[in-house]
Write a protein that binds this ligand. Structure first.
Ligand code: MG
Ligand code: ZN
Length: 423
């Protein structure tokens, strides 16, 4: 099972745009009857579909161009929207714009943003009659009896909860039903008040930069790294490299300030769940609100990232790394040379050697961390801890794995050769 894929459902009116476009259009073009109608919608006396349909039926179709021009002219995009889109693209997040707005003003407002990969759900319009007619291509499913017009919850429900981590961004009461079935909500305005009232998991925002701030510190934002780390964890678990919940893995998500995904403490690493990893900061503390605790030895990962510029760090307890750590304990290092696998460490000379430091296994983690830090060495991507295990690293997950496998091969080979000689 893979971790859930994040999917964003973003409202348009009052969210992507600063103000509500339908209200602005009515204020400008509609006869006075629009106001009591709007009140009836807000008072939930009539459904949104019925009300919005009636509002636009107040307007003659001949106004199409004028209304479109006006909508484009008055629409103000919420600050940070472009940076938000860049991030969505870079992290390959699924973004849906889910709006009760209408195509003829929504499409031209969004046109400059190149949203080829974004699915846009909105209502459609028909100007062929005397009055503007609204068409409703996304009606309520069997589970919704609200007569939404465009049914946001039906769209959100169409993404199975077992597979998707659902994020709703909105501003008003029309986003509330969706917010209730979301995993996390970004809210402002009336929606924010409702989220507080109902105790939903929410973040308040004013700009898309506020949202971005959270997106870049939440672990569900690093889906591809999460999946890569999961694969590695599953592989190492099959090799029995995590006996008794021991061992830990991490991958850097950002260098400045340092952030990395690291295994959560006390989990059975042969199982895969949505809580296997958490994101920590430059002090090895969770970078967001979570009940998860990082592995006890996370500060060693932190030290290796800071000192060695690594991109991924792996730590496993194996029989052979424990044996080697004990055999060479007195020397304080284990030296390997003359084997083809030395090349895994980018050592190509025939007489090249690699000297793996061995440190004492202090139970006190700050002390152990200091000890590891003291022996970190450019060109040797590993440290053995006596009767404990190995830390190995690389510039990415692929390289950290390669280094660890080469170490483990050399350890096993050395031990078996020593056993042969002693017989
Ligand atoms: Mg809105
Ligand atoms: Zn509905």
């Amino acid at each position: 099972m893979l971790a859930k894929k994040p999917v964003i459902f973003c409202d348009f009116d009052g969210t992507i745009t600063v103000k509500d476009n339908i209200m602005a259009i009515m204020r400008k073009f509609a006869p006075p009857e629009w106001e009591p109608l709007a009140q009836q919608i807000l008072g939930q006396e009539i459904s949104i579909r019925e009300g919005v349909g009636q509002l636009f039926a107040l307007l003659p179709s001949t106004l199409e161009q004028d209304i479109t021009d006006f909508a484009l002219e008055q629409a103000e995009i919420r600050p940070g929207f472009e940076r938000f889109l860049e991030h969505v693209k870079r992290e390959r997040l699924l973004l849906n714009v889910v709006s009760g707005g209408i195509d003829f003003f929504l499409d031209p407002i969004l046109a400059p943003f190149q949203l080829e990969d974004v699915k846009i759900y909105r209502n459609e319009s028909d100007f062929s009659g005397e009055r503007i007619k609204i068409l409703w291509p996304y009606p309520c499913d069997a589970e919704c009896n609200v007569d939404c017009g465009l049914c946001k919850t039906s769209i959100i429900r169409s993404y199975p909860s077992e597979q998707y981590f659902k994020i709703v961004i909105g501003d008003s009461i029309t986003d509330l039903a969706g917010a209730k079935i979301a995993d996390i909500v970004f809210a402002r305005g009336l929606l924010l008040e409702k989220c507080k009232e109902l105790g939903l998991r929410y973040y308040a925002y004013e700009t898309f930069d506020d949202i971005l701030q959270v997106l870049t510190t939440e672990p569900w934002n690093y889906q591809s790294l999460w999946e890569e780390l999961t694969e590695l964890k599953e592989l190492f678990a099959r090799r029995d490299w995590f006996p008794g919940t021991s061992g830990n893995l991490s991958v850097k998500t950002q260098a400045e300030p340092l952030r990395f995904l690291v295994t959560a403490s006390g989990k059975d690493k042969s199982k895969t769940t949505n809580e296997d990893f958490l994101l920590v900061d430059q002090d090895s503390q969770p970078s967001y609100l979570t009940h998860l605790k990082p592995s006890a030895e996370t500060t060693i990962h932190e030290a290796i990232y800071k000192q060695m510029g690594a991109g991924a760090v792996v730590h496993v307890h194996t029989i052979y790394n424990n044996l080697i750590s004990d055999i060479y304990r007195e020397q304080g290092c284990a030296i390997f040379a003359g084997n083809e696998l030395i090349k895994a460490f980018d050592l190509w000379d025939e007489d090249a050697q690699i000297k793996v430091p061995i440190v004492h296994n202090y139970a006190n983690i700050p002390l152990l961390t200091a000890e590891v830090k003291a022996v970190l060495n450019e060109g040797v991507p590993g440290v053995l801890i006596h009767q404990h295990g190995i830390y190995a690293w690389g510039k990415n997950i692929f390289e950290a794995k390669k280094h660890l496998e080469a170490f483990e091969f050399l350890f096993e080979l050395r031990y078996k050769r020593l056993s042969l000689h002693s017989n």
